[in-house]
Design a protein around this ligand. Structure first.
Ligand code: FE2
Length: 290
């Protein structure tokens, strides 16, 4: 069994070669049990404080443009909760307790919540960013994904650069398993080498900032050769921005919590004003302070 990563996380040449060839790499034991537990506790506190009667915003990748409401579009520098599409009865009441109905929390916990900030703004993420070539890494987005038991929805095949585009393309996703991820509870699937396709579609805001759309429409990705990334709790999956990846419904009785952090290159790139995620406060995306 691999040793836990404590402070130093420099990828070896073999690991960097694997990442460049396949567009992803799995690092087991990236997060300690204490860290995964602290993020789960912090997420639970956010859910406990959330009033489900105030905002009923659904997150679903099946019809993402029509579920992009104001609450979603203004969440780039806030902490907000989004429901599963199947969370409600036809009369609008919740099928199960609100804490088991949320699809994800997003998108600025790494800035605003002490536990998430401590984990994201850390030496090991900073060193890892350096290992994969970032000069000025900017922490643009984080999400806590619940993949709830029985109602955790499919995430359609996509490239993260569709959603967090820079010119030139630079986004990398860091996906941390806070619980064991298996085929039965909806683990990630990836298509090795698909990052060579480059970004094929962008998720943009309309000019009036009220809606979103895909430009051009998302292609139907060929999923032949996709591999399941079944990983134990504490594992990190590094995802190239153009890698095609997805996850299936979670029809099991086990949740599959994960934390994702997305990083962009801040040096020599442009972040378009047409990207869906824009800060309301006008500040730059933060870089590491450690
Ligand atoms: Fe993704």
């Amino acid at each position: 069994m691999a040793k836990p990563y404590s402070r130093a996380v420099h990828l070896s040449k073999t690991q960097v070669d694997f990442y460049n060839e396949n567009g992803y790499i799995v690092l087991e034991n990236f997060a300690t049990q204490q860290e995964t537990r602290s993020l789960q506790v912090a997420a639970q506190s956010i859910l406990d404080a959330f009033n489900p009667d105030e905002h009923r915003s659904v997150f679903s990748t099946k019809d993402q443009s029509s579920t992009s409401d104001d609450y979603f579009l203004k969440s780039g520098d806030k902490i907000r909760c989004f429901f599963e599409a199947d969370a409600f009865h036809p009369d609008g009441s919740l099928k199960v307790h609100k804490n088991l109905s949320i699809n994800k929390i997003g998108h600025a916990m790494h800035e605003l919540d002490p536990a998430f900030k401590k984990f994201a703004d850390s030496t090991k993420f900073k060193q890892l960013c350096s290992s994969v070539g970032f000069k000025l890494p900017r922490l643009v987005q984080s999400m806590y994904i619940f993949k709830q038991p029985r109602i955790g929805g499919t995430v359609q095949p996509h490239q993260d650069s569709t959603f967090l585009f820079t010119e030139p393309d630079s986004v990398i996703g860091f996906w941390v398993a806070l619980e064991d991820a298996t085929k039965s509870n909806g683990c990630l699937w990836a298509i090795p080498g698909s990052h060579r396709l480059g970004p094929l579609s962008r998720f943009k805001r309309t000019a009036d900032n009220k809606k979103t759309y895909f430009d051009p429409p998302m292609p139907k990705y060929d999923l032949k050769g996709s591999v399941p990334l079944e990983v134990p709790r504490g594992s990190l999956v590094v995802l190239h921005g153009a890698l095609v990846h997805y996850s299936e419904d979670n029809l099991s009785d086990a949740s599959r919590h994960a934390y994702t952090l997305h990083v962009l290159e801040g040096e020599g790139t442009k972040y378009p004003s047409s990207n869906w995620l824009q800060r309301e406060d006008g500040k730059d995306f933060p870089t590491f302070t450690c």
